[in-house]
Write a protein that binds this ligand. Structure first.
Ligand code: ZN
Length: 185
């Protein structure tokens, strides 16, 4: 397994629509394994293929040991009142914002063996599913912010982005924990 470089805001791959996976092959399983490895190295709780420069419709999630690999995921149902909570993103390091999302979602996907399954989740896990599936459609959490909040998030990113030459974030082993590790997706 390998820790992959993470693409950051400004890399066009983050804005591309992914392509559905026709068959879950060993190559896709390797991608899933590398994505988990990369997500753990970054101390994140979710990671989507475009964040490692790939265009397959694949994402991974691990919220407090609830671990999922989704191939071709779709949100088939949302429920409950919208809830607002702070989000961050491994592709926009050190930028955070409040995002309103449905409190409960049901996702249909293929697992790492190509078998279809459905899972429902709420709270942080449900939020993480929605954030990662958005990535598969080129959507980022900052897109949900109001004009003013988005402007201030982008101003903060302007100060950060020079750290990432070529829009690439190389993870260093032993990187100190982020201030908000639980919210980086
Ligand atoms: Zn993200």
């Amino acid at each position: 397994m390998s820790v992959l470089p993470i693409r950051v805001l400004g890399d066009p791959v983050l804005r591309e629509e992914t392509r559905p996976v026709a068959e879950v092959t060993d190559e896709i399983r390797r991608l899933i394994d590398d994505m988990f490895e990369t997500m753990y190295a970054a101390q994140g709780i979710g990671l989507a293929a475009p964040q490692v420069g790939r265009t397959e419709c694949v994402c991974v999630v691990d919220v407090e040991g609830e671990r999922f690999a989704f191939v071709n995921p779709e949100i088939v149902h949302t429920q409950g009142p919208k809830e607002k909570a702070e989000e961050g993103c491994l592709s926009i390091p050190d930028v955070y914002g409040d995002v309103e999302r449905p409190s409960k979602v049901t996702v249909r996907a293929l697992d790492r063996n190509g078998a279809p399954f459905e899972v429902s989740a709420e709270a942080l896990l449900g939020r993480c599913f929605q954030h990662e599936i958005d990535h598969l459609h080129g959507k980022l959490f900052i897109d949900y912010l109001s004009f003013l909040k988005r402007r201030s998030a982008l101003a903060k990113w302007d100060e950060e982005k020079d750290k990432y030459s070529g829009f690439i974030r190389i993870l260093k082993p032993g990187r100190p924990a982020s201030e908000h590790p639980e919210e980086e997706l």
